[in-house]
Design a protein around this ligand. Structure first.
Ligand SMILES: Nc1nc2c(ncn2[C@@H]2O[C@H](COP(=O)(O)OP(=O)(O)OP(=O)(O)O)[C@@H](O)[C@H]2O)c(=O)[nH]1
Ligand SMILES: [Mg+2]
Ligand SMILES: [Zn+2]
Length: 295
């Protein structure tokens, strides 16, 4: 049996880098389910030009995403770092970032926020940087090689996936790190990207460091996750919630709410609490709509 790492998936044709360093195509069988970049796959010797994948090696971690019908589909596998890229243009979407951070926590993957395009940020960079003070972060610029070493260092030794809105510079950053030209797209007059990357693809920076480029998204929902999972990932809020007067405080308008006191004192950013409550509402709606499964 041979083994290799999935680089990209083009329908049922799966591009794989073998453990001996060759690039080949394998054929994905429907019964395997969705194969994603980062997966390790096995196949047997055969005369076929594109052998069938025999099985996917058990995943150490997987980042999943809801499709339009609410089904959870894997995006990338065997990651240990979720890199959420944001920029001044397109405008930062804090709700999207928060949802990625929740998903990373749930999947047991560390997170890193990359504030790209430092050449375009104004004063609000320090504001957003403070909002996410609880998450490791890097400021960089894909157009300036001298601004890349901190990002390179943060990625070293990890299997990462770069995610975020279209146009924030995911492919530009990977191209700059690899010193390769990857397709990058313009920003339109509304300040939005053009969804240039259409399939996720895995790249190797060195033997220990890999990066998966992914297509930009408009939304990334995590309302299928239980309320507890959402709560757990808001470390900044949870550390105050234990001091609320009522143990079951919902942090809405209850008297003695320590979370709101922390917001008033500038200890927790208001936008984090807004997103937190919005996510809890979305999760409650989702649970109410989903028929209970028998266990
Ligand atoms: N000024 C500036 N522009 C940048 C920077 N990084 C990327 N860009 C530009 O932003 C645009 C979008 O970059 P992409 O790399 O295609 O963005 P992406 O996140 O891969 O977008 P999708 O593939 O659509 O998800 C391109 O015009 C890049 O040249 C940066 O640090 N500063
Ligand atoms: Mg791209
Ligand atoms: Zn409270």
């Amino acid at each position: 049996m041979h083994e290799g790492e999935v680089v990209a998936c083009h329908g049922e044709r799966i591009a794989v880098r073998t453990d001996t360093g060759a690039s080949i195509y394998l054929y994905g069988r429907r019964a395997l389910g969705t194969v994603v970049p980062g997966d390790r796959v096995c196949w047997q010797d055969t005369k076929a030009a594109e052998p069938q994948i025999h099985h996917i090696v058990a995943r150490k971690s997987v980042l999943g995403r809801q499709d339009r019908r609410g089904r959870i589909k894997p995006v990338a596998a065997n990651l240990d770092l979720l890199v959420v890229v944001c920029a001044a243009v397109p405008a930062l979407d804090a709700y999207l970032i928060d949802q990625y951070l929740v998903a990373a926590e749930e999947a047991n993957i560390a997170s890193l926020i990359v504030f790209n395009k430092v050449d375009l940020w104004q004063d609000d960079l320090s504001h957003w940087s403070a909002v996410y003070a609880g998450t490791p972060q890097v400021h960089c610029c894909a157009l300036d090689a001298e601004a890349l070493p901190p990002l390179r260092a943060a990625l070293q030794g990890h299997c990462s996936v770069l995610v975020g809105q279209s146009g924030v510079g995911k492919s530009s950053l990977i191209g700059a790190l690899l010193q390769r030209d990857l397709p990058v797209g313009p920003i339109n007059r509304h300040g939005l990207g053009k969804h240039t990357t259409s399939t996720s693809q895995r790249f190797e920076l060195d033997d220990d460091t890999s990066l998966i480029d992914s297509p930009g998204v408009r939304e990334f929902r995590v309302d299928h996750l239980p309320v507890d999972a959402i709560r757990r990932s808001y470390h900044d809020i949870e550390s105050f919630a234990m001091y609320c007067r009522f143990p079951n405080c919902q942090h809405r308008s209850e008297p003695g709410c320590a979370v709101h006191a922390a917001v008033r004192d500038g200890k927790v950013p208001a936008v984090r609490v807004e997103n937190f409550l919005r996510l809890l509402d979305a999760s409650a709606v989702h649970q109410a709509q989903t028929p209970r499964r028998k266990t």
